[in-house]
Design a protein around this ligand. Sequence first.
Ligand SMILES: [Mn+2]
Length: 400
Amino acid sequence: MIDSSFHKSNRRKLSKVLDGGIIVLSAHGLMQSSNDGTFKFKQEPNFWWLTGINQPGWMLIIDGSTNREWLVKPNISDVDLIFNGGLASDIASQISGVADAIERSNLGDLLTELAVKSDCVYTIHMPEEFSHSEVYVNPAIGDLAKLLQLHFSNVKDCQPDLVKLRAIKQPVEIAALKDSIDLTVRAFEHIKPLLSSFDYEYQIEAEFSYFFRKNGAVGHAYEPIVASGNNACTLHYEANNDRLIKGQMVLLDIGALSGMYGADISRTYALGDVSNRQKQIHNAVTGAHRQIVGLLKPGLNVADYHRQVDEIMTQVVEELGLGNGIDACRKYFPHAISHGLGLDTHDALGRPECFLPGMVLTVEPGIYIPSEGIGVRIEDDILITDTSHINLSADLSIDL
Ligand SMILES: [Mn+2]
């Protein structure tokens, strides 16, 4: 079970790799949706990993030179407290194992005090992938960096160090992931025999949502994809509104979030009888999936892995008569084969040279042929072990 000892030991690990430096991190803030509405709160994963606190507005300060730690309480008005509740300091201390919690109004004084010892502080910088996009990042992270610049001349990013630590999953994290994966497997097994009773994609989505919540999960780890027929060729199809038509296939990319670690599983099923061509494509993808999962072991060079995946998928594309060579492969298999899985659905692995024991990643080959209205993806969640790998979602059949 994940408790304060997990978060405490994570803080110690970070402190060690940062050589006893000063670390100041912020929780995410609550975000406006429109008018006085807010989006459902989603914690900054590094902050949760280090504190276990799943509430907005808190901060964590670590002085690695003395091993002193503080939580900083958010400014919550009495009115907010009545409407939204909050987290009492003693409970926050219990969850995180950080004994001291200071008021937000005392933060400036503490930072001034710490800055006397060192002109360098570690925090998290804005993720680079968003620096040139239209996506607004949660402002809590950047606001903190700006505040720190007033006190410290050298504000460093410890995200790369956190990514490396978080990439190697600990046994309690693997157990938490397994809970979400097992629930997702049960949901797929429950729903597959019911497919003929549904008329619309959203009814399949609703059955998954019902199953997850009824069994105590938070809900979906990400927006579920229920893509029948040609919709499966839109990689991030999330409308899930179309009518289900007999003779088509339906691609389901769905993961439960039970606790903080979510699953990510894809299967493609037949709606009634499907053509030999559909079966042939499904068969080709499941064959590639088995081969690719079989490659995974500790020490496998990541570039070699991608080279072998390219070979396997190019052969699949050629055997299906879709074209030759790597360009045809990219055309019909246009997404990445794998990504890390953990607190984030696309959990960073820190661009490792080789796979290491404790890493959890997806394997998700797919073939998408818009001209034939066919899309197939098969995705499992794989743990790299000391000697080989374990397919954490292997209990769920990959059959059509
Ligand atoms: Mn995935």
